[in-house]
Write a protein that binds this ligand. Structure first.
Ligand code: HMG
Ligand code: MG
Length: 308
């Protein structure tokens, strides 16, 4: 059942950078995206079209999306919470459109209110026209289910609630669903249980895992999810990130760590690990701190020792 190929969706430029307190220049974000595609990333979440009052770091969304020198075979996606976001993402010439948009809901009522300022039911009604319009424009729609393994405000989140949101997303035509551990509290059995609920409503290729690594469980959660055959995961270069509405949560699992583990298991992702490590080191220098990726740090040290 373990897959032989895994698709990684690189979310560093969006999930990774959205929480940075200091402004990061659009040119630095674009440079990161160029390095990521050169390192073999074929799916990149590049920015989000959300309110700049809520998430100032993503206010340069149009400049970033429009500034990328696109590489053939790479798919670019953006987050959109509502029609205003979709319209903004599609206001550029077609050559600058994303290939995919991501709507983001939550399995926790409290988190839905904090993150997108509406109830779960209302969020689905906001997403409905987004999905229809995105499909009319020829774009695929992914849906993220935040707090599927736990909520920073409400704690435990019943699996039935996770399944309810998955079913609602399926009902409005969302093409692909991502089970998200927003605060990284989840452990492998719970990750499997949440994914199993998603798999009741979506075919295997249209289900993914999005695991933040706050409690150091993300690699274990991916390993457990692979056993179910799940073969799409969101990862973040250098382990960057967090969510502005999930205080204390760290970044997504580091892309370098996941690629290192999968290569060791003989599972192909199409990445050049050395180039990824360099991309992680580069953005970490821009941000003024070491990469959070364990494999990234170890490989950088090894290369420095070999060069000495
Ligand atoms: P609201 O205040 O309820 O929206 O925010 P509103 O419709 O009442 O509009 C209020 C103002 O926002 C208006 O401007 C709108 O024009 C503007 P004003 O008249 O006051 O000047 N506005 C917008 N501006 C730009 N782009 C838009 C947009 N929509 C309204 N799309 C809203 C609702 C959803 C907009 C707000 O709550 C928001 O932007 N939230 C963003 C939250 C966010 O980005 N969170 C992080 C990403 S999610 C995440 O990280 C989780 C994930 O990684 C998975 C996981 O780990 O769980 C995906
Ligand atoms: Mg996230």
């Amino acid at each position: 059942m373990t897959p032989t190929h895994v698709t990684l969706v690189e979310v560093g430029p969006r999930d990774g950078l959205q929480n940075e307190a200091q402004p990061v220049a659009a040119a630095d974000k674009i440079e990161l995206i160029h390095r990521l595609q050169a390192a073999g990333c074929r799916e990149i979440e590049v920015t989000s079209f959300v309110s700049p009052k809520w998430v100032p770091q993503m206010a340069d969304n149009a400049a970033v999306l429009g500034g990328i020198q696109r590489q053939a075979g790479v798919r670019y996606s953006v987050l959109v919470p509502n029609m205003k976001g979709l319209e903004a993402a599609l206001s550029a010439p077609r050559s600058h459109w994303p290939h995919e948009v991501v709507v983001f809901g939550a399995a926790s009522e409290a988190f839905s209110q904090k993150n997108i300022n509406c109830s779960i039911e209302d969020s689905i009604e906001r997403f409905r026209p987004v999905v229809a319009s995105a499909h009319e424009a020829g774009l695929k729609v992914r849906g993220a289910v935040s707090c599927a393994l736990g909520c920073p405000y409400q704690g435990e989140v019943p699996l039935d609630e996770v399944e309810r949101v998955v079913r609602l997303m399926r009902g409005i035509g969302v093409d692909h669903v991502g089970i998200a551990d927003t605060i990284g509290t989840g452990t492998p059995r719970r990750a499997q249980a949440a994914l199993e609920r998603a798999l009741k409503h979506y075919p295997l290729p249209e289900v993914s895992g999005h695991f933040h690594d706050t409690y150091g469980q993300a690699l274990a959660n991916i390993h457990a999810s692979l056993a179910l055959g799940v073969h799409v995961y969101d990862t973040s270069i250098a382990g960057l990130g967090g969510c502005p509405y999930a205080r204390g949560a760290t970044g997504n699992v580091a892309t370098e760590d996941v690629v290192y583990m999968l290569q060791g298991m003989g599972i192909d992702t199409g990445h050049d690990l050395a180039a990824l490590v360099d991309a992680g080191a580069h953005i970490s220098r821009v941000l003024g701190r070491p990469p959070a990726s364990r494999a990234g740090k170890a490989l950088l040290m090894r290369h420095a020792q070999e060069a000495a």
